[in-house]
Design a binder for this molecule. Sequence first.
Ligand SMILES: O=C(O)CCC(=O)C(=O)O
Ligand SMILES: [Mn+2]
Length: 219
Amino acid sequence: MLLTRSLFDECPAPYAAPEPIAPGAALLRGFALDQAEALLQAARQVIAAAPLRHLKTPGGRVMSVGMSNCGALGWVSDSTGYRYSSTDPLSGQPWPSMPACFAELAMQAAAEAGYEGFAPDACLINRYEPGARLSLHQDRDESDLGAPIVSVSLGLPAVFLFGGLQRSDRPARWRLAHADVAVWGGVSRLAFHGVAPLADGEHPRLGRQRINLTFRRAG
Ligand SMILES: O=C(O)CCC(=O)C(=O)O
Ligand SMILES: [Mn+2]
């Protein structure tokens, strides 16, 4: 079983079609496979300029996920709240610009899920090590809630929790593997979602980590 699973992860199936997970929300399994290597190289360059960091929540907790950003705007959190900022608080400099391969993939994935013309101006890079998690939340700090969210998974598989518009709605659990893309918008744009604690493992390309790229139209 273990052997089957690790071989399976090394040879993901090619992309076939969107898999609906809720009204306005879909999984595109394997959609980023051809671009995965380019995305990872570009992510490495972004992280070299704007290092991953563990942000503090307004409540004072340190987030288990390491984060950075690229694009005109970047998502940040500190004791004063959550917001988008045009500069990296660590350096005071603008965030690295969004690599062309990032914006292109995000636009193509959005179109494939039925959202033509998506032009992200923010990409949050999330790095999960074993045990890291993201509790249920809504992406609601963007000024344009008409645009969808496009979320690309790379590396170790994760369990994505996707619920409803109320925090109390019981979330469904979806496995997100290397090169899978989730897109949600429309009536699901403010759906509560999160990521269960990352199970330990060894990804052939990324080792013991998962990288997630979340594209938004924030400004
Ligand atoms: O890592 C993921 O799959 C989800 C990330 C997310 O929800 C976020 O960055 O707001
Ligand atoms: Mn989110």
